[in-house]
Design a binder for this molecule. Structure first.
Ligand code: PEP
Ligand code: MG
Length: 573
Protein backbone atom coordinates (compact mmCIF):
# COMPACT_ATOMS: atom_id res chain seq x y z
CA UNK A 1 0.00 0.00 0.00
CA UNK A 2 1.31 3.44 -0.90
CA UNK A 3 1.03 6.29 1.59
CA UNK A 4 2.70 9.60 2.43
CA UNK A 5 3.94 10.96 5.74
CA UNK A 6 4.74 14.57 6.62
CA UNK A 7 7.45 15.83 8.93
CA UNK A 8 9.96 18.64 9.18
CA UNK A 9 12.55 18.65 6.38
CA UNK A 10 15.98 19.38 7.80
CA UNK A 11 18.15 18.89 4.76
CA UNK A 12 17.10 19.26 1.17
CA UNK A 13 17.31 16.98 -1.81
CA UNK A 14 15.45 13.88 -2.90
CA UNK A 15 16.44 10.32 -2.10
CA UNK A 16 14.87 7.12 -3.40
CA UNK A 17 15.84 3.93 -1.63
CA UNK A 18 14.97 1.04 0.67
CA UNK A 19 14.09 1.38 4.34
CA UNK A 20 16.61 0.20 6.90
CA UNK A 21 15.11 0.24 10.39
CA UNK A 22 17.51 0.90 13.23
CA UNK A 23 17.60 0.49 17.00
CA UNK A 24 14.81 -0.16 19.45
CA UNK A 25 14.83 -3.83 18.52
CA UNK A 26 14.97 -4.59 22.26
CA UNK A 27 11.58 -3.01 22.72
CA UNK A 28 9.88 -5.12 20.10
CA UNK A 29 10.71 -8.66 21.10
CA UNK A 30 8.06 -11.29 20.45
CA UNK A 31 7.25 -14.02 23.01
CA UNK A 32 5.99 -17.44 21.98
CA UNK A 33 5.98 -20.95 23.40
CA UNK A 34 7.69 -23.72 21.46
CA UNK A 35 6.75 -27.37 21.08
CA UNK A 36 9.34 -29.76 22.53
CA UNK A 37 10.44 -30.83 19.05
CA UNK A 38 11.64 -27.34 18.18
CA UNK A 39 13.73 -26.71 21.28
CA UNK A 40 17.00 -28.04 19.86
CA UNK A 41 16.52 -26.00 16.68
CA UNK A 42 15.87 -22.88 18.75
CA UNK A 43 19.10 -23.39 20.70
CA UNK A 44 21.01 -23.69 17.42
CA UNK A 45 19.30 -20.52 16.14
CA UNK A 46 20.39 -18.68 19.29
CA UNK A 47 23.98 -19.95 19.10
CA UNK A 48 24.18 -19.00 15.42
CA UNK A 49 22.99 -15.47 16.21
CA UNK A 50 25.61 -15.11 18.95
CA UNK A 51 28.31 -16.34 16.60
CA UNK A 52 27.29 -14.10 13.71
CA UNK A 53 27.16 -11.09 16.06
CA UNK A 54 30.64 -11.93 17.32
CA UNK A 55 31.89 -12.19 13.72
CA UNK A 56 30.22 -8.89 12.88
CA UNK A 57 31.85 -7.11 15.84
CA UNK A 58 35.23 -8.61 15.03
CA UNK A 59 34.93 -7.62 11.39
CA UNK A 60 34.11 -4.07 12.46
CA UNK A 61 37.07 -4.16 14.84
CA UNK A 62 39.51 -5.07 12.09
CA UNK A 63 38.07 -2.61 9.58
CA UNK A 64 37.62 0.50 11.66
CA UNK A 65 36.68 3.25 9.19
CA UNK A 66 39.13 6.10 8.79
CA UNK A 67 38.13 9.10 10.84
CA UNK A 68 36.35 7.09 13.53
CA UNK A 69 36.48 8.48 17.03
CA UNK A 70 39.69 7.33 18.73
CA UNK A 71 37.85 5.14 21.23
CA UNK A 72 35.82 3.27 18.65
CA UNK A 73 38.14 0.24 18.85
CA UNK A 74 38.02 0.06 22.65
CA UNK A 75 34.27 0.35 22.50
CA UNK A 76 34.04 -2.63 20.11
CA UNK A 77 36.38 -4.67 22.37
CA UNK A 78 34.04 -3.99 25.25
CA UNK A 79 31.08 -5.19 23.20
CA UNK A 80 32.86 -8.44 22.32
CA UNK A 81 33.54 -8.92 26.02
CA UNK A 82 29.90 -8.30 26.97
CA UNK A 83 28.75 -10.69 24.27
CA UNK A 84 31.02 -13.39 25.68
CA UNK A 85 29.55 -13.10 29.19
CA UNK A 86 27.73 -16.31 30.06
CA UNK A 87 24.72 -14.34 31.35
CA UNK A 88 24.01 -13.35 27.74
CA UNK A 89 25.62 -16.11 25.71
CA UNK A 90 24.87 -19.24 27.81
CA UNK A 91 22.08 -18.63 30.35
CA UNK A 92 19.43 -17.95 27.66
CA UNK A 93 19.96 -21.53 26.42
CA UNK A 94 18.83 -22.85 29.82
CA UNK A 95 15.75 -20.62 29.62
CA UNK A 96 14.90 -21.79 26.11
CA UNK A 97 15.11 -25.39 27.26
CA UNK A 98 13.54 -24.91 30.72
CA UNK A 99 10.67 -22.59 29.80
CA UNK A 100 10.30 -23.71 26.16
CA UNK A 101 10.31 -20.15 24.91
CA UNK A 102 11.79 -18.44 21.87
CA UNK A 103 15.40 -17.27 21.86
CA UNK A 104 14.60 -13.53 21.61
CA UNK A 105 12.50 -13.61 24.75
CA UNK A 106 15.05 -15.68 26.66
CA UNK A 107 17.76 -13.20 25.76
CA UNK A 108 15.62 -10.22 26.69
CA UNK A 109 14.85 -11.73 30.10
CA UNK A 110 18.56 -12.14 30.75
CA UNK A 111 19.25 -8.60 29.61
CA UNK A 112 16.56 -7.20 31.94
CA UNK A 113 18.01 -9.15 34.88
CA UNK A 114 21.48 -7.86 34.08
CA UNK A 115 20.28 -4.27 33.80
CA UNK A 116 18.61 -4.52 37.22
CA UNK A 117 21.94 -5.64 38.67
CA UNK A 118 23.66 -2.69 37.01
CA UNK A 119 21.23 -0.31 38.75
CA UNK A 120 22.66 -1.42 42.12
CA UNK A 121 26.26 -0.62 41.15
CA UNK A 122 27.64 2.43 42.91
CA UNK A 123 30.43 3.13 40.48
CA UNK A 124 29.12 5.68 37.94
CA UNK A 125 31.35 4.43 35.16
CA UNK A 126 30.25 0.82 35.50
CA UNK A 127 26.61 1.77 35.87
CA UNK A 128 26.82 3.65 32.60
CA UNK A 129 27.89 0.44 30.84
CA UNK A 130 24.18 -0.43 30.78
CA UNK A 131 23.89 1.29 27.43
CA UNK A 132 26.58 -1.00 26.03
CA UNK A 133 24.74 -4.10 27.26
CA UNK A 134 21.58 -2.91 25.51
CA UNK A 135 23.46 -2.21 22.29
CA UNK A 136 25.04 -5.67 22.28
CA UNK A 137 21.69 -7.35 22.94
CA UNK A 138 20.11 -5.29 20.17
CA UNK A 139 22.71 -6.59 17.76
CA UNK A 140 21.95 -10.20 18.69
CA UNK A 141 18.22 -9.53 18.46
CA UNK A 142 18.64 -8.10 15.01
CA UNK A 143 20.52 -11.22 13.97
CA UNK A 144 17.71 -13.37 15.44
CA UNK A 145 14.94 -11.32 13.91
CA UNK A 146 16.58 -11.50 10.53
CA UNK A 147 17.69 -7.94 9.95
CA UNK A 148 21.31 -7.26 10.28
CA UNK A 149 22.49 -4.18 12.17
CA UNK A 150 25.53 -4.25 9.99
CA UNK A 151 25.37 -2.22 6.83
CA UNK A 152 27.20 -3.81 3.91
CA UNK A 153 30.12 -1.84 2.54
CA UNK A 154 29.05 -2.25 -1.07
CA UNK A 155 27.39 0.15 -3.48
CA UNK A 156 23.95 -0.95 -2.31
CA UNK A 157 24.14 1.14 0.88
CA UNK A 158 23.84 4.26 -1.27
CA UNK A 159 20.19 3.43 -1.70
CA UNK A 160 19.42 2.64 1.92
CA UNK A 161 17.31 5.03 3.93
CA UNK A 162 17.76 5.03 7.66
CA UNK A 163 14.46 4.93 9.57
CA UNK A 164 14.69 5.48 13.34
CA UNK A 165 12.46 6.55 16.18
CA UNK A 166 15.17 8.86 17.44
CA UNK A 167 18.88 9.32 16.98
CA UNK A 168 21.25 11.20 19.24
CA UNK A 169 23.93 13.47 17.78
CA UNK A 170 26.38 10.78 18.95
CA UNK A 171 24.51 8.12 16.91
CA UNK A 172 24.66 10.39 13.91
CA UNK A 173 28.43 10.66 14.24
CA UNK A 174 28.66 6.88 13.96
CA UNK A 175 26.42 6.92 10.88
CA UNK A 176 28.82 9.43 9.38
CA UNK A 177 31.06 6.46 8.60
CA UNK A 178 28.41 4.62 6.62
CA UNK A 179 26.78 5.96 3.52
CA UNK A 180 23.02 6.23 3.48
CA UNK A 181 20.87 7.96 0.93
CA UNK A 182 18.69 9.69 3.52
CA UNK A 183 17.56 9.52 7.10
CA UNK A 184 14.18 10.00 8.74
CA UNK A 185 13.09 9.97 12.39
CA UNK A 186 9.88 10.13 14.38
CA UNK A 187 11.05 12.84 16.76
CA UNK A 188 13.38 15.84 16.79
CA UNK A 189 13.36 19.47 15.71
CA UNK A 190 14.92 21.07 12.63
CA UNK A 191 17.70 22.69 14.64
CA UNK A 192 18.37 19.81 17.03
CA UNK A 193 22.00 18.73 16.96
CA UNK A 194 20.93 15.45 15.39
CA UNK A 195 19.48 17.39 12.46
CA UNK A 196 22.57 19.58 12.26
CA UNK A 197 24.83 16.53 11.99
CA UNK A 198 22.46 15.04 9.41
CA UNK A 199 22.92 18.19 7.38
CA UNK A 200 26.65 17.73 7.60
CA UNK A 201 26.18 14.31 6.00
CA UNK A 202 24.81 16.21 3.07
CA UNK A 203 21.80 14.03 2.46
CA UNK A 204 18.04 14.57 2.53
CA UNK A 205 16.63 14.17 6.00
CA UNK A 206 13.31 14.61 7.76
CA UNK A 207 12.48 14.63 11.48
CA UNK A 208 9.20 14.74 13.45
CA UNK A 209 7.43 12.11 11.33
CA UNK A 210 5.79 10.70 14.52
CA UNK A 211 5.09 7.10 13.44
CA UNK A 212 7.55 6.34 10.65
CA UNK A 213 9.43 3.71 12.66
CA UNK A 214 6.15 1.92 13.40
CA UNK A 215 4.53 2.16 9.97
CA UNK A 216 7.47 1.54 7.67
CA UNK A 217 8.82 -1.97 7.24
CA UNK A 218 12.34 -3.14 6.51
CA UNK A 219 13.20 -2.91 2.80
CA UNK A 220 10.10 -0.99 1.76
CA UNK A 221 10.72 1.45 -1.08
CA UNK A 222 10.74 5.08 0.06
CA UNK A 223 10.97 8.51 -1.51
CA UNK A 224 12.34 11.14 0.84
CA UNK A 225 11.82 14.75 -0.17
CA UNK A 226 13.96 16.68 2.32
CA UNK A 227 12.86 20.02 0.95
CA UNK A 228 9.14 19.48 1.47
CA UNK A 229 9.49 17.18 4.50
CA UNK A 230 7.54 14.39 2.78
CA UNK A 231 8.14 10.64 2.77
CA UNK A 232 6.27 8.48 0.26
CA UNK A 233 6.14 4.82 1.17
CA UNK A 234 5.77 2.25 -1.66
CA UNK A 235 5.19 4.87 -4.38
CA UNK A 236 3.38 3.82 -7.57
CA UNK A 237 5.27 3.99 -10.84
CA UNK A 238 3.99 7.44 -11.87
CA UNK A 239 5.00 9.07 -8.59
CA UNK A 240 8.35 7.29 -8.76
CA UNK A 241 8.98 8.60 -12.28
CA UNK A 242 8.03 12.12 -11.23
CA UNK A 243 10.44 12.07 -8.29
CA UNK A 244 13.26 10.59 -10.36
CA UNK A 245 12.85 13.59 -12.64
CA UNK A 246 12.92 16.01 -9.71
CA UNK A 247 15.95 14.22 -8.30
CA UNK A 248 17.75 14.73 -11.61
CA UNK A 249 16.87 18.43 -11.62
CA UNK A 250 18.13 18.80 -8.07
CA UNK A 251 21.45 17.25 -9.10
CA UNK A 252 21.75 19.62 -12.08
CA UNK A 253 21.15 22.61 -9.77
CA UNK A 254 23.84 21.33 -7.43
CA UNK A 255 26.33 20.96 -10.27
CA UNK A 256 25.56 24.48 -11.49
CA UNK A 257 26.22 25.92 -8.02
CA UNK A 258 29.64 24.26 -7.98
CA UNK A 259 30.79 26.77 -10.59
CA UNK A 260 30.57 29.49 -7.93
CA UNK A 261 33.20 27.84 -5.74
CA UNK A 262 36.01 30.27 -6.50
CA UNK A 263 33.86 33.36 -7.13
CA UNK A 264 34.33 36.02 -4.44
CA UNK A 265 31.15 36.55 -2.39
CA UNK A 266 30.44 40.16 -3.29
CA UNK A 267 27.07 41.89 -3.59
CA UNK A 268 25.98 43.71 -6.75
CA UNK A 269 27.07 47.02 -5.22
CA UNK A 270 30.52 45.64 -4.47
CA UNK A 271 30.29 44.83 -0.74
CA UNK A 272 32.43 41.85 0.31
CA UNK A 273 30.77 39.15 2.43
CA UNK A 274 32.58 36.39 4.33
CA UNK A 275 31.09 32.92 3.98
CA UNK A 276 32.51 30.52 6.55
CA UNK A 277 31.73 26.91 7.36
CA UNK A 278 30.57 25.05 10.46
CA UNK A 279 32.29 21.74 11.27
CA UNK A 280 32.11 19.01 13.87
CA UNK A 281 35.38 17.15 13.31
CA UNK A 282 38.69 17.69 11.48
CA UNK A 283 37.52 15.18 8.87
CA UNK A 284 34.94 17.75 7.67
CA UNK A 285 37.62 20.04 6.21
CA UNK A 286 37.68 18.55 2.67
CA UNK A 287 33.99 19.43 2.36
CA UNK A 288 34.72 22.94 3.65
CA UNK A 289 37.40 23.48 1.00
CA UNK A 290 35.20 21.92 -1.66
CA UNK A 291 32.54 24.55 -0.92
CA UNK A 292 35.11 27.35 -1.22
CA UNK A 293 34.58 28.61 2.36
CA UNK A 294 36.94 31.39 3.40
CA UNK A 295 37.23 30.12 6.96
CA UNK A 296 35.74 27.90 9.66
CA UNK A 297 33.29 30.07 11.54
CA UNK A 298 32.28 27.41 14.05
CA UNK A 299 34.14 24.27 15.04
CA UNK A 300 31.79 22.49 17.44
CA UNK A 301 34.63 21.03 19.49
CA UNK A 302 32.36 19.00 21.77
CA UNK A 303 31.97 16.41 19.03
CA UNK A 304 35.51 15.28 19.85
CA UNK A 305 34.09 14.24 23.21
CA UNK A 306 31.15 12.08 22.05
CA UNK A 307 31.00 8.30 21.47
CA UNK A 308 33.78 7.48 23.88
CA UNK A 309 34.28 6.42 27.46
CA UNK A 310 36.86 8.99 28.47
CA UNK A 311 37.80 12.61 27.90
CA UNK A 312 40.19 13.42 25.06
CA UNK A 313 43.46 14.59 26.61
CA UNK A 314 45.42 17.72 25.76
CA UNK A 315 47.60 16.04 23.13
CA UNK A 316 44.66 14.51 21.29
CA UNK A 317 42.75 17.79 21.28
CA UNK A 318 45.84 19.74 20.28
CA UNK A 319 46.37 17.41 17.30
CA UNK A 320 42.73 17.89 16.19
CA UNK A 321 42.76 21.70 16.44
CA UNK A 322 46.20 21.91 14.84
CA UNK A 323 45.10 19.72 11.95
CA UNK A 324 42.12 21.96 11.21
CA UNK A 325 44.29 25.09 11.47
CA UNK A 326 46.90 23.64 9.13
CA UNK A 327 44.41 22.20 6.66
CA UNK A 328 42.75 25.61 6.39
CA UNK A 329 46.12 27.04 5.33
CA UNK A 330 46.05 30.34 7.15
CA UNK A 331 42.30 30.99 6.78
CA UNK A 332 40.57 31.74 10.09
CA UNK A 333 39.36 28.83 12.24
CA UNK A 334 36.99 29.64 15.08
CA UNK A 335 37.11 26.92 17.71
CA UNK A 336 34.12 27.02 19.98
CA UNK A 337 34.96 25.87 23.48
CA UNK A 338 33.00 22.87 24.72
CA UNK A 339 29.25 23.12 24.36
CA UNK A 340 28.43 19.86 26.09
CA UNK A 341 25.13 19.37 27.88
CA UNK A 342 21.47 19.32 26.78
CA UNK A 343 21.36 16.89 23.82
CA UNK A 344 25.14 16.37 23.73
CA UNK A 345 26.02 14.40 26.84
CA UNK A 346 29.22 12.64 27.73
CA UNK A 347 28.56 8.93 27.63
CA UNK A 348 29.99 8.40 31.10
CA UNK A 349 28.75 11.52 32.88
CA UNK A 350 25.24 12.62 32.05
CA UNK A 351 24.82 16.01 33.74
CA UNK A 352 21.57 16.84 31.99
CA UNK A 353 19.40 17.55 35.06
CA UNK A 354 15.63 17.90 34.87
CA UNK A 355 15.67 20.70 32.36
CA UNK A 356 18.74 20.10 30.23
CA UNK A 357 18.51 23.08 27.85
CA UNK A 358 18.43 25.41 30.87
CA UNK A 359 20.91 23.43 32.91
CA UNK A 360 24.64 22.91 33.23
CA UNK A 361 25.51 23.36 29.59
CA UNK A 362 28.28 24.91 27.51
CA UNK A 363 30.33 27.57 29.32
CA UNK A 364 28.43 26.86 32.55
CA UNK A 365 29.67 23.28 32.51
CA UNK A 366 33.21 24.40 31.65
CA UNK A 367 33.28 26.83 34.57
CA UNK A 368 32.00 24.06 36.85
CA UNK A 369 34.73 21.71 35.55
CA UNK A 370 37.76 24.02 35.39
CA UNK A 371 40.27 21.19 34.90
CA UNK A 372 38.48 19.88 31.81
CA UNK A 373 38.24 23.46 30.50
CA UNK A 374 41.89 24.19 31.23
CA UNK A 375 42.97 21.14 29.22
CA UNK A 376 40.93 22.34 26.26
CA UNK A 377 42.18 25.92 26.49
CA UNK A 378 45.80 24.76 26.54
CA UNK A 379 45.17 22.56 23.50
CA UNK A 380 43.50 25.39 21.53
CA UNK A 381 46.16 27.92 22.47
CA UNK A 382 48.98 25.56 21.50
CA UNK A 383 47.30 24.88 18.14
CA UNK A 384 47.01 28.65 17.53
CA UNK A 385 50.73 28.65 16.75
CA UNK A 386 50.01 26.62 13.59
CA UNK A 387 47.32 28.71 11.91
CA UNK A 388 44.81 31.47 12.48
CA UNK A 389 42.75 30.19 15.39
CA UNK A 390 40.14 32.18 17.29
CA UNK A 391 38.36 31.15 20.50
CA UNK A 392 34.57 31.34 20.71
CA UNK A 393 32.72 31.02 24.03
CA UNK A 394 29.20 29.52 23.85
CA UNK A 395 26.08 30.44 25.77
CA UNK A 396 27.25 33.49 27.64
CA UNK A 397 24.52 34.92 29.82
CA UNK A 398 26.26 37.25 32.26
CA UNK A 399 29.31 39.43 32.46
CA UNK A 400 30.62 37.51 35.46
CA UNK A 401 30.75 34.33 33.34
CA UNK A 402 32.66 36.19 30.67
CA UNK A 403 35.09 37.58 33.25
CA UNK A 404 35.73 34.15 34.75
CA UNK A 405 36.27 32.74 31.27
CA UNK A 406 38.71 35.46 30.29
CA UNK A 407 40.53 34.92 33.56
CA UNK A 408 40.89 31.18 32.85
CA UNK A 409 42.11 31.87 29.30
CA UNK A 410 44.62 34.33 30.75
CA UNK A 411 45.79 31.70 33.22
CA UNK A 412 46.28 29.07 30.47
CA UNK A 413 48.23 31.61 28.40
CA UNK A 414 50.42 32.47 31.36
CA UNK A 415 51.18 28.82 32.02
CA UNK A 416 52.18 28.21 28.40
CA UNK A 417 54.31 31.34 28.33
CA UNK A 418 56.18 30.23 31.47
CA UNK A 419 56.82 26.82 29.91
CA UNK A 420 58.04 28.48 26.74
CA UNK A 421 55.34 26.74 24.66
CA UNK A 422 54.50 28.83 21.58
CA UNK A 423 50.99 30.16 20.98
CA UNK A 424 49.37 33.16 19.34
CA UNK A 425 49.57 35.76 22.10
CA UNK A 426 47.11 38.00 20.21
CA UNK A 427 44.52 35.23 19.77
CA UNK A 428 41.06 36.70 19.30
CA UNK A 429 38.32 35.81 21.77
CA UNK A 430 34.67 35.99 20.80
CA UNK A 431 31.37 35.25 22.46
CA UNK A 432 28.20 33.60 21.24
CA UNK A 433 25.03 35.57 21.58
CA UNK A 434 22.39 32.89 21.93
CA UNK A 435 20.52 33.84 25.08
CA UNK A 436 18.08 36.77 24.90
CA UNK A 437 19.68 38.29 28.01
CA UNK A 438 23.03 38.39 26.23
CA UNK A 439 21.47 39.99 23.16
CA UNK A 440 19.74 42.64 25.29
CA UNK A 441 22.96 43.39 27.16
CA UNK A 442 25.16 42.93 24.12
CA UNK A 443 27.01 46.25 24.48
CA UNK A 444 28.50 45.09 27.77
CA UNK A 445 29.80 41.89 26.16
CA UNK A 446 31.03 43.66 23.04
CA UNK A 447 33.35 45.84 25.14
CA UNK A 448 35.35 42.86 26.39
CA UNK A 449 35.39 40.73 23.25
CA UNK A 450 37.11 40.76 19.86
CA UNK A 451 34.10 39.48 17.94
CA UNK A 452 30.55 38.16 18.34
CA UNK A 453 28.74 35.23 16.79
CA UNK A 454 24.97 34.91 16.90
CA UNK A 455 23.76 31.36 17.60
CA UNK A 456 20.28 31.68 16.19
CA UNK A 457 19.36 28.06 16.97
CA UNK A 458 19.57 28.66 20.68
CA UNK A 459 18.56 32.30 20.46
CA UNK A 460 15.24 31.21 18.95
CA UNK A 461 14.90 28.33 21.40
CA UNK A 462 15.35 30.59 24.42
CA UNK A 463 13.44 33.59 23.09
CA UNK A 464 10.36 31.60 22.12
CA UNK A 465 10.70 29.00 24.91
CA UNK A 466 10.74 26.15 22.41
CA UNK A 467 12.85 23.07 23.02
CA UNK A 468 14.89 22.53 19.85
CA UNK A 469 14.69 18.79 20.23
CA UNK A 470 10.96 18.52 20.91
CA UNK A 471 8.94 17.71 17.79
CA UNK A 472 5.65 18.60 19.48
CA UNK A 473 6.63 22.28 19.46
CA UNK A 474 8.71 22.24 16.27
CA UNK A 475 5.98 24.11 14.38
CA UNK A 476 6.37 27.07 16.76
CA UNK A 477 10.05 27.48 15.95
CA UNK A 478 9.99 30.71 13.98
CA UNK A 479 13.09 32.60 12.82
CA UNK A 480 10.80 35.37 11.55
CA UNK A 481 9.22 36.06 14.93
CA UNK A 482 9.46 39.86 15.46
CA UNK A 483 11.22 39.33 18.82
CA UNK A 484 13.89 37.17 17.19
CA UNK A 485 14.44 39.68 14.39
CA UNK A 486 14.83 42.52 16.91
CA UNK A 487 17.42 40.62 18.93
CA UNK A 488 19.46 39.72 15.85
CA UNK A 489 19.36 43.25 14.44
CA UNK A 490 20.25 44.73 17.85
CA UNK A 491 23.27 42.47 18.16
CA UNK A 492 24.55 43.31 14.69
CA UNK A 493 24.08 47.03 15.33
CA UNK A 494 25.86 46.83 18.71
CA UNK A 495 28.84 45.00 17.21
CA UNK A 496 29.00 47.62 14.52
CA UNK A 497 28.97 50.39 17.08
CA UNK A 498 31.69 48.68 19.11
CA UNK A 499 33.74 48.26 15.93
CA UNK A 500 34.00 44.47 16.18
CA UNK A 501 32.97 41.83 13.62
CA UNK A 502 29.82 39.81 14.09
CA UNK A 503 28.64 36.66 12.33
CA UNK A 504 25.61 34.40 12.41
CA UNK A 505 26.54 30.74 12.85
CA UNK A 506 23.12 29.21 13.58
CA UNK A 507 21.07 27.45 10.92
CA UNK A 508 19.56 30.77 9.77
CA UNK A 509 22.92 31.59 8.17
CA UNK A 510 22.59 28.59 5.84
CA UNK A 511 19.03 29.34 4.77
CA UNK A 512 19.31 31.05 1.37
CA UNK A 513 15.78 32.40 1.85
CA UNK A 514 17.05 34.51 4.76
CA UNK A 515 20.38 35.66 3.31
CA UNK A 516 19.07 39.01 2.11
CA UNK A 517 17.25 39.66 5.36
CA UNK A 518 20.50 39.21 7.31
CA UNK A 519 22.45 41.28 4.77
CA UNK A 520 19.81 43.98 5.14
CA UNK A 521 20.35 43.97 8.92
CA UNK A 522 24.02 44.71 8.22
CA UNK A 523 25.47 41.21 8.55
CA UNK A 524 28.66 40.68 6.55
CA UNK A 525 29.80 37.33 7.93
CA UNK A 526 27.88 34.08 7.73
CA UNK A 527 28.90 30.64 8.97
CA UNK A 528 26.94 27.58 7.93
CA UNK A 529 27.15 23.99 6.96
CA UNK A 530 29.32 23.73 3.82
CA UNK A 531 26.48 22.08 1.90
CA UNK A 532 24.56 25.36 2.00
CA UNK A 533 27.39 27.71 1.25
CA UNK A 534 27.12 27.96 -2.52
CA UNK A 535 23.36 28.52 -2.47
CA UNK A 536 23.90 31.37 0.00
CA UNK A 537 26.71 32.74 -2.16
CA UNK A 538 24.36 32.76 -5.14
CA UNK A 539 22.00 34.97 -3.14
CA UNK A 540 24.80 37.31 -2.09
CA UNK A 541 25.93 37.72 -5.71
CA UNK A 542 22.41 38.73 -6.75
CA UNK A 543 21.81 41.15 -3.86
CA UNK A 544 21.73 44.91 -4.10
CA UNK A 545 22.31 46.26 -0.60
CA UNK A 546 20.76 49.73 -0.99
CA UNK A 547 17.52 48.11 -2.19
CA UNK A 548 17.32 45.34 0.41
CA UNK A 549 18.38 47.40 3.42
CA UNK A 550 15.23 49.50 3.24
CA UNK A 551 12.96 46.45 3.07
CA UNK A 552 14.84 44.68 5.90
CA UNK A 553 14.41 47.77 8.07
CA UNK A 554 10.67 47.73 7.32
CA UNK A 555 10.59 44.11 8.48
CA UNK A 556 11.98 45.24 11.83
CA UNK A 557 8.93 47.46 12.28
CA UNK A 558 6.39 44.87 11.13
CA UNK A 559 4.58 42.73 13.68
CA UNK A 560 2.06 40.56 11.79
CA UNK A 561 3.38 37.31 10.31
CA UNK A 562 1.54 37.95 7.01
CA UNK A 563 3.21 41.31 6.61
CA UNK A 564 6.61 39.83 7.46
CA UNK A 565 6.24 37.07 4.89
CA UNK A 566 5.06 39.54 2.30
CA UNK A 567 8.11 41.76 2.90
CA UNK A 568 10.44 38.75 2.84
CA UNK A 569 9.02 37.74 -0.53
CA UNK A 570 9.71 41.26 -1.81
CA UNK A 571 13.21 41.12 -0.41
CA UNK A 572 13.86 37.90 -2.29
CA UNK A 573 12.39 39.04 -5.61
C1 PEP B 1 23.32 27.99 17.75
O1 PEP B 1 22.79 27.81 18.85
O2 PEP B 1 22.79 28.65 16.84
C2 PEP B 1 24.64 27.41 17.45
C3 PEP B 1 25.28 27.70 16.35
O3 PEP B 1 25.15 26.51 18.33
P1 PEP B 1 24.59 25.01 18.47
O4 PEP B 1 23.64 24.77 17.33
O5 PEP B 1 25.75 24.10 18.41
O6 PEP B 1 23.92 25.03 19.80
MG1 MG C 1 24.02 27.04 20.46
Amino acid sequence: MSFAMHGVGVSGGIAIGYAHLVSHAALEVPLYALPKTQIEGEVVRFETAIESTRAELEALRTNIPAGSPAEFGAFLDLHVLILGDSVLSKAPIDLIKGQRINAEWALKQQMDALLTQFEQIEDDYLRERKADVVQVVERVLKALLGHSGHVPATGSEQTRILVAHDLSPADMMLFKQQRFAAFITDVGGATSHTAIVARSLNMPSIVALHHARQLIRENELLIVDGQQGVVIVNPDKHILAEYKLRQGQWEIEKQKLKRLKTTAATTLDGTAVELHANIELPQDIPQVREAGATGVGLFRSEFLFLNRDDLPGEEEQFAAYRKVAEDMKGLPVTVRTLDLGADKQLRFADRSGDNPALGLRAIRLCLAEPQMFHTQLRAILRASHYGKIKILVPMLSSLSELRQTLHLIGHAKQELALEGTPFDTAIQIGGMIEIPAAALAVQTFAKSLDFLSIGTNDLIQYTLAIDRTDDTVAHLYDPLHPAVLQLIAMTIAAADKAGIPVSVCGEMAGDAGLTRLLLGFGLRQFSMHPAHLLAVKQQVLKSDLPRITGIAQKMLKAQEPEKLHQLLARLNE
